[in-house]
Ligand binder design. Structure first.
Ligand code: NAD
Length: 326
């Protein structure tokens, strides 16, 4: 069995396989997280944007109280939402989110996107995610990445987070942060699946010892269930589970297509955080480190690349395109 953690530049160990909390309903999140811990999960990937941090934290606290795990064995990742990029807001949000989890500290705090939106008081916030009002207005703000990054470093100085990193960033801004970072850029979380390989971006990160985490490892699967503006690109594309090469490789190793997709990443030291509300799949997604594919097989999966990105505010915010991936 290969190594099940990756060492972050901060010196902390991060599990290679975790559980993603996006779209896990608030009502069932505590129960789902508790069961995931029972199944062996130790890393939970949350965000202010997912609106279930408090409930996820409850599930973890219950598992600790029942003696299933200790706090030190658990790794929580959470993310700073775009409305809170200003220096003072970063610390305020980190404190607020840390309180929601109720676990003493955050293991990894990520800047969710490399773009700032206008501040919304979280106490009176009405609309989720990118939107400001009923009309679906999106308003950007002029906050430099450097200001946000330096405030995140203060989150570490204050003992609220142990490691910090970024998500949805491209090479240029990563190189830029590396020129002034006082605390290491520990992790980069990106959309990464065989339809969007981004091999050069993964190289940039790994050459700089930044641990890469893949999200949406199953590609279109996560997006077909969303409203039209998010699912349009995913609707007419073959599911990765059904592609010939993934199916053939799965058969050879007597694993499922989902396990092949997750192993394709972890075998290259890219962490994964699949999400499932189903107990059998949850167990299946964790059990992926026990086989190794050949480099030809890994290459044949990577050859499915189409540069097809599903999570793109330059696309799904048609009236306010924010083209961060241009
Ligand atoms: P995912 O690739 O984990 O796919 C989830 C979908 O796959 C669900 O429909 C689920 O039912 C299905 N599924 C799960 N296990 C399966 C299995 N074994 N067989 C068949 N189907 C299976 O997608 P995701 O939720 O988009 O990404 C995972 C996590 O990544 C999220 O929960 C979140 O934590 C994180 N994420 C981060 C960002 C970001 O901007 N940083 C964006 C998207 C997701």
């Amino acid at each position: 069995m290969s190594k099940s953690t990756v060492t972050l530049p901060s010196g902390k160990e991060m599990p290679l396989v975790g559980f993603g909390l996006w779209k896990v309903p608030k009502e069932t999140a505590a129960y789902t997280v508790y069961n995931a811990i029972k199944s062996g999960y130790r890393l939970f990937d949350g965000a202010y944007d997912y609106q279930n941090e408090k409930e996820a934290g409850e599930g973890i606290r219950r598992a600790i109280a029942d003696g299933l795990v200790t706090r030190e064995e658990i790794f929580i990742t959470t993310k700073l939402w775009n409305n809170y990029h200003r220096r003072g807001h970063v610390l305020e949000m980190a404190r607020r989110q840390n309180e929601s989890w109720g676990l003493g500290y955050i293991d990894l705090f990520l800047m969710h996107f490399p773009c700032a939106l206008k501040y919304i008081d979280p106490a009176i916030r009405q609309y989720p995610a990118w939107w400001m009002d009923d009309a679906g207005t999106v308003q950007t703000d002029k906050v430099p990445i450097r200001e946000t990054w330096e405030a995140m470093e203060e989150v570490v100085d204050n003992g609220i987070a142990r490691s910090i990193g970024v998500s949805n960033f491209q090479a240029q801004s990563i190189y830029d942060i590396l020129t002034y970072a006082r605390h290491p850029l520990s992790s980069l979380q990106i959309e990464h699946h065989p339809y969007l390989v981004q091999s050069e971006l993964v190289k940039v990160a790994q050459e700089n010892r930044i641990a890469v985490t893949a999200y949406s490892s199953f590609g279109p699967q996560s997006f077909v269930e969303l409203p039209a503006q998010f699912s349009a690109k995913a609707k007419d594309i073959q599911l990765l589970f059904d592609t010939e090469c993934v199916r053939v490789i799965a058969k050879k190793y007597n694993v499922t297509p989902a396990q092949v997709l997750l192993r394709w990443a972890t075998q290259r030291n890219v962490a994964v955080i699949p999400k499932s509300n189903n107990q059998a799949r949850l167990a299946e997604n964790l059990d992926i480190l026990g086989f190794d594919m050949t480099s030809e097989e890994i290459g044949s999966i990577s050859a499915l690349d189409k540069g097809l990105r599903f999570n793109d505010p330059g696309y799904y915010l048609p009236n306010h395109q924010i083209r961060i991936f241009a």
